[in-house]
Design a protein around this ligand. Structure first.
Ligand code: F6R
Length: 369
């Protein structure tokens, strides 16, 4: 049942801190190391992996795009991410040393299932990240890491996405841990931060009223653009996908660096543009670049809706609307930055009179290719 909420989607957004914590439960030991024995691919096999290929669809694909940054950074293993529906039909190069990760909430998505069958035929090992116990994708995989989001009823994925991210970080950190990389200290620090990230998600949820107000004020708009860099780029794609499926609006996500290669031509007076700003700490060069992107679009009339870390004052002059998120390590930021975009899309859909839990033309589980 909806537990007092008007929609399952609202309930599922609110459940995210718990879903994240449940997905971490039992996987971080007292010493701050990961224990993923359930994955049943031995440490020696994982040390032999020379390529990771992630296959998924929709929102799960966006989780995969974020995983690539984490896997390549912490493990130095090359990682590709591909839409399952494209992967299967292009004769991909795979062998026994390839680890294929299939991400699926339902575990029944036909495109993802066909991709993993093809991968196993080529001799690759397949690890499923899945939210549904005993579903087809984990049954047909060599190993599975379950997300513990609980049942997701709303068609638009929210809490499953956050737990997919957690599972992806766990796999990336675990691969880094068993293979031993120069990032050992960073890996330990991130595991510690991850253990508390549910509290950060909770804090974001407590500050969403201005986001809802903003969404209602934009209900008459036709287009919303989303910009991000690094892991903020897939977050932008996810924000745009949520808005398409729920609000039936034209929404597009771009890598902010691509603006000048075309999309900037779309900017016109009062066009809402959501900008996901990377942390000014850490990879600060990314931050400086996005600040100049904001200057460029604002000079052309865009109305900027800026998602930025608490204490980031450099963005203030360029933000028509400012949404604050807690400071996190750069790679973990999607866990907090996605939440306002979910709330934004849900509220816009409601304001436009759309059916939030059952958007037109969509099904929760897509069991045809
Ligand atoms: C978006 C959404 C879809 C699914 C996609 C994959 O909100 O729900 O894009 O993410 O159909 O579904 P699963 O994860 O069940 O394989």
């Amino acid at each position: 049942e909806k537990g007092g909420y008007d929609y399952f989607m609202l309930k599922e957004i609110a459940e995210q801190p718990k879903a994240v914590a449940d997905t971490l439960l039992g996987r971080i030991d007292g010493a701050g190391s990961l224990t993923l024995d359930e994955v049943r691919i031995s440490a020696s096999e994982l040390r032999e992996v020379d390529k990771v290929v992630i296959v998924a669809c929709g929102t799960a694909f966006h989780a995969g795009l974020i995983a690539k940054y984490a896997i390549e950074h912490w493990t130095r293993i090359p990682c590709e991410v591909e839409l399952a529906s494209e992967f299967r039909y292009r004769d991909p190069i795979l062998d026994q040393q390839t680890l294929v990760i299939a991400i699926s909430q339902s575990g029944e998505t036909m495109d993802t299932l066909m991709a993993l069958r093809h991968a196993r035929e080529q001799g690759a090992r397949v690890l499923a990240i899945c939210n549904t116990n005993g579903s087809t994708i984990p049954r047909e995989s060599d190993a599975v890491l379950y997300t513990h989001a609980g049942p997701e009823v709303a068609v638009a994925s929210t809490k499953a996405f956050l737990t997919q991210l957690v599972a992806c970080y766990l796999v990336a950190l675990y691969l880094g841990q068993v293979r031993g990389t120069k990032w050992g200290d960073e890996i330990h620090a991130v595991i510690r931060d991850l253990a508390h990230i549910g509290g950060d998600v909770e804090r974001v949820l407590e500050t969403m009223e201005p986001v809802r107000q903003l969404a209602r004020s934009l209900a008459h708009k036709n287009t919303v653009l989303f910009l991000g860099r690094h892991v903020g780029y897939p977050v932008a794609l996810e924000g745009a996908l949520k808005l398409k499926e729920l609000a039936y609006m034209h929404a597009e996500g771009f890598a902010a660096g691509e603006l000048k290669h075309g999309p900037i031509a779309l900017i016109e007076d009062d066009l809402p543009v959501v900008v996901v700003v990377p942390s000014p700490r850490g990879r600060s060069v990314l931050h400086d670049k996005i600040v100049s992107n904001m200057q460029e679009i604002r000079a052309r009339g865009a109305r900027t809706i800026v998602i930025a870390e608490e204490g980031d004052e450099a963005v203030v002059p360029y933000a028509d609307h400012l949404i604050r998120i807690p400071a996190t390590p750069t790679l973990l930021q999607p866990l907090v930055a996605t939440v306002p975009l979910q709330v934004f899309a849900c509220e816009l859909a409601t304001a436009r009179g759309n059916e939030v839990d059952q958007p037109r033309n969509l099904a929760k589980s897509v069991t045809v290719e």
